[in-house]
Design a protein around this ligand. Structure first.
Ligand SMILES: NC(=O)c1ccc[n+]([C@@H]2O[C@H](COP(=O)([O-])OP(=O)(O)OC[C@H]3O[C@@H](n4cnc5c(N)ncnc54)[C@H](O)[C@@H]3O)[C@@H](O)[C@H]2O)c1
Ligand SMILES: [Zn+2]
Length: 348
């Protein structure tokens, strides 16, 4: 982590840097980043927000602006996000808007942030009427990943990030998918040597998608595989039962089933994908939820246009398609399947 100093120096960050972090990550890593930067002539200060999704609000953004003002920060600063996706999204939004934009750096410390949220330039906050509805596209100067940070990550967060890793294999890269399958036992332990290779591959895959369609006018939608049904599950359970990764684990299982019926995904691919997802052991879907509720909740997704659900699906492992509008019957069937899938057998 302390090697941030030479990188920041080489990439000519301004001398004055503000590290935005959260209460958990501050205790673990802030002093390393601080001393790494000081050693190379930077003048760092820190701003800490409470850990958790509840902090990703305009109120906290306002509070951070005020603290920047109190620290006498002008436009000649850089902002460094040190933490998971919550810190990255919020600090990035602050960086995009403070004095109409100051240089921004991401140091992601969760698996999800390392393979997903820190790459691609989407920054923003939640509002009471929806997640991530206020935001911007704002690219970081660089993303600095130290995979050792994963050793302190709670196991549930690691599994959650692993769902996004599996997603990249499923939609874009069969070799990556096979590597994950072979190494899944060691990947669910954080102290393995294979992580840097896998994370680098995921970042490269996301970067190549974003380069082709930064503002999500089409192709970038393939990254939403598993997310339409996943978001429905998250929203219906008040974001309190499932982590994002757990919800999209179920979302992918359902959308695999739709892919079999709508896109001709081979049964064998469906079985391989579903078996791997089951290894993430997401918590059971609450008995109180019904198939109808989950189906209806899909219609509040951002990808719905003119009342039609548009899904990102897969033709085969490593090959995805977007903007698909499968039969209602297939969608409902796939949701029904989720209630039995969790008994440990995916049924392919
Ligand atoms: N911008 C994007 O493209 C994008 C993409 C995906 C997700 N997101 C956003 O990312 C957020 C979720 O990110 P997340 O899963 O990283 O959650 P998070 O930032 O809340 O981090 C999860 C928990 O882990 C703690 N933590 C972080 N790093 C740690 C470490 N190394 N060791 C121990 N604890 C650590 C955090 O304090 C927090 O309690 C959501 O708000 C989501 O909307 C954004
Ligand atoms: Zn996601």
């Amino acid at each position: 982590m302390s090697s941030i100093g030479p990188v920041a120096s080489e990439l000519q960050l301004p001398e004055r840097v503000i590290i935005i972090t959260d209460t958990n990550v501050k205790q673990l890593y802030a002093s390393h980043v601080h001393s790494g930067l000081t050693h190379y002539g930077f003048r760092p200060d820190s701003i800490t927000i409470p850990a958790g999704e509840e902090s990703k609000t305009l109120e906290i953004v306002r509070d951070v602006y005020d603290q920047l003002h109190e620290l006498r920060c002008g436009r000649d600063i850089a902002i460094i996000a040190l933490g998971g996706g919550v810190v990255g999204d919020l600090a990035g939004f602050v960086a995009a808007t403070y004095y109409r934009g100051v240089p921004f750096v991401q140091i992601p410390t969760t698996l999800l942030a390392q393979v997903d949220s820190a790459v691609g330039g989407k920054v923003g906050v939640n509002v009471p009427y929806g997640k991530n509805l206020i935001g911007a596209f704002y690219q970081p100067r660089f993303v600095f990943i130290d995979t050792h940070t994963l050793t302190t990550l709670p196991e549930r967060e690691l599994r959650s990030g692993m769902a996004e890793v599996i997603k990249y294999g499923a939609i874009l890269d069969e070799d990556l998918f096979d590597t994950i399958t072979v190494n899944i036992d060691s990947l669910l332990q954080p102290d393995v040597t294979i992580f840097p290779v896998i994370i680098e591959r995921c970042c490269a895959l996301k970067a190549s998608v974003v380069e082709q369609d930064e503002r999500e006018s089409g192709y970038r939608e393939i990254l939403n595989f598993g997310h339409t049904i996943g978001h429905a599950l998250e929203a219906l359970t008040g974001y309190s039962v499932f982590t994002h990764g757990e919800a999209i684990t179920y979302g992918m299982m359902a959308e695999v089933h739709i892919s079999v019926n709508h896109c001709g995904l081979p049964q064998d691919d469906a079985r391989r994908l579903c078996s791997l997802l089951l290894r993430l052991s997401p918590p059971s879907i609450p008995d109180t939820l019904t198939e109808e509720q989950i189906y209806n909740a899909m219609f509040s997704d951002k990808k719905v246009r003119s009342g039609v659900v548009r899904l990102s699906l897969i033709n085969q492992i490593g090959d995805a398609t977007f903007g698909e509008t499968p039969d209602e019957h297939y969608i409902k069937q796939s949701i029904r399947k989720l209630f039995t899938i969790e008994k440990d057998i995916c049924g392919y």
